[in-house]
Design a protein around this ligand. Structure first.
Ligand code: ARG
Length: 458
């Protein structure tokens, strides 16, 4: 395959230099976008009389044929044609002959690659937003199925207080909602059409870039030709969003890995998402969750790679920019896999209600409730904290339970204690008495579930 720039060259390029510089091995993924962008461009060239309408029509119908080959998976990529643009250009020439030579008028690969990458990013951003919404729905379903389940919640990974399992799950839904917001923000900034900026300065030909933008569904046309071919912010932003999303996935994965240990034993992860051990026949390991946690490292390094790639680049196009593709493609692929796997996790996750029932009777989980009992009777926070702290210390040392203390013993810690404080030593009571906005109160948690369901099904 001849190169798009071959004629000026005195000698043949080195074969290793070719191998080192060709990108078709990964940018073949952009084929569809390259063709769609080219169709709009050719129509514009015809409309503006830069090329003959008959040639424009030939080009468009040829490109449409290539498009359907790409859809069917029958398009033959030529590994000897350096990139996707050269592949499409040469396939078109084979199909329609010399009219194909006019397609690359008033454009360059520098603006074309940005167009392809923006179209790719826009489509993937929306697919991933939809994937997140699907995951949120499956989390909600799981939360609602287990609406009566109470779990210990942790700070410092030390048991702290009890909450509804559903409340914990809604925390994930919140995180994911912010992720969607970030992706949609990035979508808006990505949604500008760069084609026609040409190499870097624009063109002396009478083009209509706004027409191309409209045909392709962009809301705007890029305003500065230099920025158009140099800008990769939209890739950095996408990768940054995927890194944050991965961080959320990883934290969820970690919660479930801990909960699935034999020490916690709160949940049962479905066999379909676990693996065994080649030596220890008893093992059921949460490998998929561990790999979600592990792959997040790659999402971070892809962002880092992109930032480092860009930091020293002078304006405008530099070939380094070709290397924006592998990290972006990889992050998109991993994030989509993770989304699907987490959805499967929630759909099949079992809660060990009996184990949890036994775990949440631990009296120390209600220490704040007891403290607030005293505060409601007018005791200062400090004195109430001291009284409950002393009571728990003594009970722990003696191996006695608060539930077994007499009224006299209770009053030795604070005269305002009465026997009725013991009704607080109950997990259902503990969640029920929470009143503040956003708390684990069952009525407000159910309300939030209903609100989320409405929002996500709208
Ligand atoms: N394969 C190149 C990339 O991905 C396309 C642009 C090439 N432009 C050039 N002047 N060599 O960035």
């Amino acid at each position: 395959m001849t190169k798009l720039w071959g004629s000026r060259f005195k000698g043949k390029t080195d074969s290793l230099a070719d191998k080192f510089s060709f990108s078709i091995e990964y940018d073949y993924r952009l084929a569809k976008y390259d063709v769609i962008g080219s169709i709009a461009h050719a129509q514009m060239l015809g409309k503006c009389k830069i090329i003959r309408q008959t040639d424009a029509k030939k080009i468009v119908s040829g490109l449409k044929k290539l498009n359907s080959q790409i859809d069917k998976g029958t398009f033959k990529f030529d590994p000897k044609a350096e990139d996707i643009h050269t592949n499409i250009q040469s396939a078109l020439k084979k199909l329609i002959g010399s009219a194909a030579d006019k397609l690359h008028t008033a454009r360059s690969r520098n603006d074309l690659i940005v167009l392809d990458m923006k179209l790719f990013c826009l489509v993937e951003l929306i697919l991933i937003v939809n994937g997140i919404a699907k995951l949120q729905k499956s989390i909600l379903k799981f939360a609602e199925k287990n609406i009566d389940v109470i779990v210990p919640a942790y700070t410092h990974l030390q048991a702290a207080q009890v909450v509804l399992l559903a409340h914990h799950m809604l925390a994930y839904v919140e995180m994911l909602e912010r992720d969607k917001g970030r992706l949609l923000d990035t979508f808006e900034r990505t949604d500008t059409m760069p084609l026609g900026s040409c190499a870097l300065s624009g063109t002396s030909l009478p083009t209509d870039r706004n027409y191309v933008a409209r045909e392709l569904g962009f809301v705007a046309t890029t305003r500065n030709s230099i920025d158009s071919v140099s800008d990769r912010d939209f890739i950095v932003e996408s990768l940054s969003n995927y890194a944050i999303l991965g961080m959320h996935f990883s934290r969820m994965a970690e919660d479930f890995i801990v909960w699935a240990t034999s020490e916690f034993n709160f949940i049962d992860i479905d066999w379909s998402l676990c693996t065994g051990s080649s030596i220890m026949p008893h093992k059921k390991n949460p490998d998929i969750l561990e790999l979600i946690r592990g792959e997040t490292a790659g999402l971070y390094s892809n962002l880092n790679e992109m930032l480092v790639l860009l930091k020293g680049l002078p304006l405008t196009y530099n070939r380094d920019l070709q290397l924006d593709k592998p990290p972006l493609f990889q992050s998109v692929e991993k994030v989509k896999d993770m989304l699907e796997l987490l959805e499967k996790l929630f759909a099949s996750l079992k809660v060990k209600k009996d184990v949890l029932k036994k775990r949440i009777v631990d009296e120390t989980l209600f220490s704040v409730d007891i403290m607030e009992y005293l505060i409601k009777k007018g005791v200062s926070y400090r004195k109430a904290h001291d009284a409950v702290g002393t009571m728990i210390r003594k009970c722990t040392d003696k191996g006695t339970k608060i539930a077994d203390l007499t009224e006299e013993q209770l009053k030795s810690y604070c005269p305002l204690f009465k026997l009725d404080v013991k009704k607080l030593l109950n997990p259902q009571m503990s969640v029920k008495i929470k009143k503040s906005f956003g708390s684990t109160n069952p009525i407000s948690v159910q309300k939030q579930i209903n609100q989320w369901k409405k929002l996500l099904h709208a």
